[in-house]
Design a protein around this ligand. Structure first.
Ligand SMILES: [Zn+2]
Length: 150
């Protein structure tokens, strides 16, 4: 019996990142549907489970890898966007972010008031950048201890 099961799984695609993503989406829909009781969401859950298990048991490994790579590409682009957003927020007082006019690469430049010529490290072309504000100097406020009593 176990030999038959073993032979069934030989050459099958198996589990990948997209498989786990589908399971997470399924679980989120399942939890939402406990409260909403929607037939549409129930059908959607069924489709997701069916597609997920069909992918895992598929023998067309090349196509499943392409689907997974497509998913990973989208996921990485979304992650990059949020990482850049958090960096911009952290550097907002010391640096500015400008896109290169020619290759659309995002450049991180120090804040210095005035007009500057910037050379893009990616495409080696020069372009003008205007900066309206200067670097904010963080002023640390040291609390002075008040005199207590006398
Ligand atoms: Zn460039």
């Amino acid at each position: 019996m176990s030999n038959r099961i073993y032979r069934f799984f030989i050459g099958r695609y198996g589990v990948d990142d997209l498989y786990y993503f589908n399971l997470i989406v399924y679980l989120m829909l399942f939890i939402c549907n406990i409260f909403l009781q929607s037939t549409i969401i129930l059908v959607l859950e069924g489709i997701i489970v069916l597609v997920t298990f069909c992918r895992a048991l598929s023998k067309n490994i090349v196509r499943r890898r392409k689907e997974n790579n497509f998913y990973l590409k989208i996921k990485n682009n979304i992650l990059k966007f949020f990482i850049l957003l958090s960096k911009r927020f952290k550097d907002r007082h010391t640096h500015m972010y400008k896109k290169c006019r020619y290759c659309k690469t995002t450049l991180r430049l120090p804040l210095k008031k005035g007009n500057h010529t910037v050379k893009c490290p990616n495409c080696q072309k020069r372009f003008d950048v205007k900066c309206r504000r200067d670097e904010k100097i963080k002023v640390e406020v040291i609390k002075k201890k008040g005199l207590k009593g006398s």
